[in-house]
Design a protein around this ligand. Structure first.
Ligand SMILES: *Cc1c(COP(=O)(O)O)cnc(C)c1O
Length: 327
C-alpha cells in the first residue's frame, strides 16, 4: 500500500521505501504498460503536438509534499507526459536520425539499472569491463575490421555515450600525439589545424571548440555531387596551411553522413592522413551498423589506415540510446 502523508510514513518506518514485493507487482505493471505502448504506437501522432511550455504549465510549481501511489503516477504519465512525447520508435518516424530500441534492449537496460553498477574502473565491477572488452572484440570481427582494433592487439574498444564523445576523445588523443603529450601540461603551443567536410556532423566542430583548437582552425572541405569529401581540395588545403606555418593534425571521414548517408572516400583520405602525419578518425555513427553485412564492407575499404573509429549501435542496431562504440 502507498502512503498519503508524512505522518503515516513516520509511523510505519519499515515501509518507507517501496518493498521488494511492491516492486515486483508495480514492475510487472510497468512492463505491461511499455508492451501496450508498442502495440499501440502507430495510433500516436509521431511528432508531439504540444506548444512550448504546455507540459510545464500542467506540472505543479513546487515538489509534492506527500508521496503518491504508483497508479496515480502512471495516470499522470498517460495524461500529462505522453502528449509531450515525440515517438522515435514509431514505424512512421522519419525525422532527425533513426534511434531504434527493442524489447531485449529495454530489458537489458532494466537489468543494468537494477544492478546499479558503476563501471568506471575494473575493480568497481570486473564483469562490466570484461564483458565490454569481449563484446567490442566480437564487433570488430563481425564488422570485418582489422586485427589492430582488438584488445588482444593495439586496440580494444570502449563504450561511449554518444558519437559526439567519441569525436571529442579522438581529437584529444590527436592533439596529444601531435604535441608529443605536451599540450596536456602546457596548453596548446602549436597552431594545429583539423579537416572535416561541409557535411560532417556538428559534433566535430563542437569538439574542436571544446578541445581548444578553435573553430577558425577547422577546415570544412567541399563535397562532390554525392556529398562525399573532395580529396583534391583536402590536399590543396593542407598544403596551403602548411605553407602558412600551421600544423595539420586531424582529419575526420564520415561513413554515412547524417543528412544524406554520404560515404567519404575512406582509403584516399586515410592515405593523405598517413602522408601528412594526421590522426585519422572515421565517424561511422550513422552507417557503421551496415558493416555487419559483408556486402557493404567495400564502403570501408582503407579502414586499416584509421587511428580511431566509432559507430552508434543506438542508431541501427536495436540498442537503446545511448550507446556508441569507440575503438
Ligand atoms: C548521429 C551522428 C552523430 C552524433 O551522434 P550522437 O551519438 O548523437 O552524438 C555523429 N556523426 C554522425 C555521422 C551521425 O550520423
Amino acid at each position: 500500500m502507498y502512503f498519503k502523508n508524512l505522518n503515516q510514513l513516520k509511523l510505519e518506518k519499515n515501509n518507507y521505501h517501496m518493498s521488494a514485493d511492491q516492486f515486483r507487482e508495480e514492475g510487472k505493471k510497468v512492463i505491461d504498460w511499455i508492451a501496450d505502448y508498442y502495440e499501440n504506437i502507430e495510433k500516436y501522432p509521431v511528432l508531439s503536438q504540444v506548444k512550448p511550455g504546455e507540459i510545464k504549465a500542467l506540472l505543479p510549481e513546487n515538489a509534492p509534499q506527500n508521496g503518491e501511489s504508483m497508479e496515480k503516477m502512471m495516470n499522470d504519465i498517460d495524461r500529462l507526459i505522453m502528449p509531450g512525447i515525440t515517438h522515435w520508435q514509431s514505424p512512421n518516424f522519419y525525422a532527425f536520425f533513426p534511434s531504434n530500441t527493442s524489447f531485449p534492449s529495454i530489458l537489458g537496460d532494466l537489468i543494468s539499472s537494477g544492478l546499479g553498477v558503476q563501471g568506471m574502473i575494473w575493480a568497481t565491477s570486473p564483469a562490466a569491463t570484461e564483458l565490454e572488452t569481449r563484446v567490442l572484440d566480437w564487433l570488430t570481427e563481425m564488422m570485418g575490421m582489422p586485427e589492430k582494433f582488438k584488445s588482444t592487439s593495439t586496440g580494444g574498444g570502449v563504450i561511449q555515450d554518444t558519437a559526439s564523445t567519441s569525436a571529442l576523445t579522438a581529437i584529444i588523443a590527436a592533439r596529444e600525439r601531435a604535441t608529443k603529450f605536451q599540450s596536456n601540461k602546457t596548453g596548446i603551443q602549436q597552431k594545429l589545424v583539423a579537416y572535416i567536410s561541409t557535411q560532417t556532423h556538428s559534433s566535430l566542430e563542437k569538439a574542436i571548440k571544446i578541445v581548444g583548437i578553435g573553430s577558425e582552425n577547422l577546415r570544412l572541405i567541399e563535397v562532390d555531387e554525392k556529398f562525399a569529401m573532395r580529396t583534391d581540395l583536402l590536399e590543396e588545403q593542407i598544403q596551403k596551411d602548411k605553407t602558412a606555418g600551421l600544423k595539420p593534425f586531424f582529419i575526420c571521414a564520415a561513413l554515412g553522413t547524417t543528412s544524406s548517408n554520404a560515404i567519404d572516400p575512406i582509403e584516399k583520405i586515410g592515405k593523405i592522413a598517413q602522408k601528412e602525419n594526421c590522426w585519422f578518425h572515421i565517424d561511422a555513427a550513422m552507417s557503421g551498423t551496415a558493416m555487419l553485412c559483408p556486402e557493404f564492407r567495400h564502403f570501408q575499404a582503407g579502414i586499416e589506415l584509421a587511428d580511431s573509429y566509432c559507430f552508434n549501435p543506438h542508431k541501427w542496431m536495436f540498442t537503446n540510446f545511448d550507446c556508441d562504440v569507440f575503438g
